[in-house]
Structure formats: structure tokens, C-alpha cells
Design a protein around this ligand. Structure first.
Ligand code: GUE
Length: 281
């Protein structure tokens, strides 16, 4: 059986063409460019790579990024002060704080400091709460990107059993709320779940969001399920076992080339939207 490949890389490319036009139109109208500030604290090489990829994506659509690199010994207070400064900078329309920050920093406090209108990565409690209530807010980039993939491929969601494996603040939890808002019946599984295989085996839509390489085994998955893999591990390994996946899934996101590119694209998409709302459509 050959499963449908949910090609996030292709969708992100297509979206970039549209965003480029919107940015050009905004520039023509206002003489200004949307600007995304990207904050990297410390020098984790993987995080540095992701932040660089986000800056490159800004450039491809004609936006600017304002990279802020802070040393690993930065205190919570120093980070909060930097975010406050970016909140007050009228030229900055979006703020990304790359997760994870060094352990001694209060990451939640830092996320919460981001002004609501500039929370284009959807990491604040207020943004989460509004989204969960079905109000307008920028969604957390990875789950919002996943929803855009499901929509682009017309994957039916209503009444389907969606199983989210993982419950992190910027992935599993918002993912569950987005799927619930799309009328899925949602189960959230996590490290303390007993009989994980049973839940995974009942999923029509399976979301791997645990952050453990190939933790979810192909043998557990129901025939015909739609499998979304939000895991990213060295060597192009996801949270879902690769071997045999295309024989059991009806559709799946590849790693790489699936959720990752749409995570970045969603950040850019929401940044362009924010730029438009600050500068005037
Ligand atoms: N505040 C915050 N927001 C995030 O959205 C966020 C974050 N922190 N911290 C880390 C995770 C991870 N993440 C990825 C983004 C793109 C790829 C991606 O595009 N990967 C390529 C492969 C890239 C490569 O390794 O060459 C792909 O899947 O095709 C992966 C991972 C965003 N995250």
C-alpha cells in the first residue's frame, strides 16, 4: 500500500510565495517591512540552527528579522528586560523566544512577558486560553502548522478520534485544544499513560509529540490512520517508527519535510499577519 505523503515542505514553499506578495504589498502601502525579533539564549547548536532557519525564512518572504543572541549565563531579569524593550520597540511586530532556554531561567515568565499582539509563536497563557476558547489568537507554531497541513490535504476531522501523544505547553496541549475545536474526539497520552498501545491503536488521527525518537511503534497503529510526526531528532528521526509506516498509515508527515517546515512557515505567516495589523492592511 502506498500512503499519501503530507508534504509540509511543499506547502511551506507555496505559502511563502503568497506571503512574499503580502509583504510586498504592505511595503508598497506603508514603506515598512514586518520585523520578527528572534531571541536565542545560550549556544545550543540545534537551537542556533533553528533560529537561523527562521531568519532565513523571513528573508525569503521579504521580511526582516532582528536576531537577539544572549549569553547562556543571562538571568531571568535580563531576559525579561530584553523582551520588554522589544515589546516597546514600534518597529518590532513579532517576538520569538526559542525554547528551551538555559535551565536557570524562568522560561514561563519569559514567555508571559511577550506582549499579546507580538506573540506570533503562540507561547503565552493568554494566547493559549483565547485559542482554547475559540477566540482569535496566534496558535502555537507547531500545532497550528499541523492544523494547516490537515486542512491543506482536506483530512476529515469531525468526529474522528485524535490521539495526541505528549502534553507539552507549546505542542501537545495546544494541539489537543485545536483538534477539539475542530470537532475531533481527543485523547491525550503522556509518559504516565497506562496501556499506551491501546490508545494509539484506536487513533484515526495520531499525533506524535513526545520528543522521544521512534517511541511510537508502527505495529500499534490502526490501519488507515493519519499519522502526524512532530518529533525532530538527529538524523531525520521522528517520534514515530519509520519502518512499515507507509504500509499502515493512509497518510503521514515525513521527517524531515513534514511538520518542521510548516512550523517555521506558521511563525512567518503569523508574523506577516501581525505586521499587517500593526502597520495597517
Ligand atoms: N519557541 C519555540 N518555537 C518553536 O516552534 C520551536 C522552539 N521554540 N524550539 C524548538 C522547536 C523545534 N522546531 C523546529 C522547527 C523546524 C524544524 C525543521 O524545519 N526541520 C526540518 C529539518 C531541518 C534540518 O535538520 O535540516 C524538517 O523537518 O524538514 C524542526 C524543528 C521549532 N521549535
Amino acid at each position: 500500500m502506498s500512503a499519501l505523503i503530507l508534504d509540509g515542505k511543499k506547502l511551506a514553499k507555496e505559502s511563502e510565495l503568497q506571503l512574499k506578495e503580502r509583504v510586498e504589498a504592505l511595503k508598497a502601502r506603508t514603506g515598512k517591512t514586518p520585523i520578527l525579533a528572534t531571541i536565542l539564549v545560550g549556544d545550543d547548536p540545534a537551537s542556533a540552527t533553528y533560529v537561523k532557519m527562521k531568519g532565513n525564512a523571513c528573508a525569503r518572504v521579504g521580511m526582516e528579522s532582528l536576531p537577539v543572541h544572549m549569553p547562556k549565563q543571562t538571568t531571568t531579569e535580563e531576559l525579561l528586560a530584553k523582551i520588554e524593550e522589544l515589546n516597546e520597540n514600534p518597529n518590532v511586530h513579532g517576538i520569538l523566544l526559542q525554547h528551551p532556554v538555559p535551565r536557570h531561567i524562568d522560561e514561563r515568565a519569559a514567555f508571559e512577558k511577550i506582549e499579546r499582539r507580538k506573540d506570533v509563536d503562540g507561547v503565552t497563557c493568554l494566547g493559549f486560553g483565547l485559542m482554547a476558547m475559540g477566540e482569535k489568537a496566534y496558535g502555537s507554531a507547531t500545532p497550528a502548522g499541523i492544523m494547516r497541513i490537515l486542512k491543506a490535504y482536506d483530512i476529515p476531522l469531525e468526529g474522528k478520534h485524535a490521539v495526541v501523544v505528549g502534553r507539552s505547553a507549546i505542542l501537545g496541549k495546544p494541539m489537543a485544544m485545536m483538534l477539539l475545536n475542530a470537532n475531533c474526539t481527543v485523547t491525550i497520552c503522556h509518559s504516565k499513560t497506562k496501556d499506551l498501545e491501546k490508545y494509539v491503536g484506536d487513533a484515526d488521527i495520531l499525533i506524535g509529540a513526545v520528543g522521544k525518537p521512534e517511541f511510537i511503534k508502527t505495529a500499534w497503529i490502526k490501519k488507515g490512520a493519519v499519522v502526524i510526526d512532530a518529533g525532530y531528532h538527529p538524523g531525520g528521526v521522528g517520534d514515530v517508527e519509520k519502518a512499515g509506516l507507509e504500509d499502515v498509515a493512509s497518510a503521514y508527515t515525513p521527517v524531515p519535510g513534514g511538520v518542521g517546515p510548516m512550523t517555521i512557515n506558521t511563525l512567518i505567516y503569523q508574523s506577516v499577519d501581525s505586521g499587517e495589523s500593526f502597520l495597517g492592511k
